[in-house]
Write a protein that binds this ligand. Structure first.
Ligand code: AMP
Length: 130
């Protein structure tokens, strides 16, 4: 069965898309720990990021860098934090999260609740910076 991320990439499940190329896809996390929290995923299924081939993980990080630079310009923050968890969705992904303190990367803290309009506004601001 396809992962939820494969179904997002296929357009079967809606998302706030940020960017894509032939191999990778970036979209906003639906339960963000900060405004601008974005996920970068490969378009093929692989459960574990460190099961990717060397060239695949390198290319994924280069793609993530472009997205991170755009988030950095769009969202007030000190820099973009990177997290890999993968306990919930069995499809390799990188979390890109705008941070000002190390506590901003805490997934256990209260997440940010955004309306559809707020998601759309943040999406637009990030996409404009790409
Ligand atoms: P983890 O696998 O532990 O890295 O967590 C998976 C992440 O995917 C969580 O931050 C979820 O909020 C996010 N997520 C799950 N389903 C969706 C979805 N349909 N759209 C956007 N983000 C999602």
């Amino acid at each position: 069965m396809a992962t939820i991320f494969s179904r997002i990439i296929a357009g079967e499940i809606p998302c706030y898309k940020i960017a894509e190329n032939d191999k990778f896809f970036a979209f906003m996390d639906i339960n963000p720990v900060a405004k601008g929290h974005t996920l970068v995923v490969p378009k093929w299924e692989n459960d574990y990021i460190f099961a990717l081939e060397d060239d695949e993980i390198a290319e994924m990080m280069v793609f993530a860098k472009k997205v991170a630079k755009a988030i950095e310009k769009a969202i007030p923050c000190k820099r973009i934090g990177v997290a890999v968890i993968g306990l919930e969705v069995p499809h390799a992904h990188i979390h890109l999260i705008p941070i000002t303190t190390e506590g901003d990367l805490d997934f256990k803290k209260e997440h940010v609740h955004l309306t559809n309009e707020e998601f759309l506004d943040i999406q637009k601001r990030i996409v404009e910076q790409l």
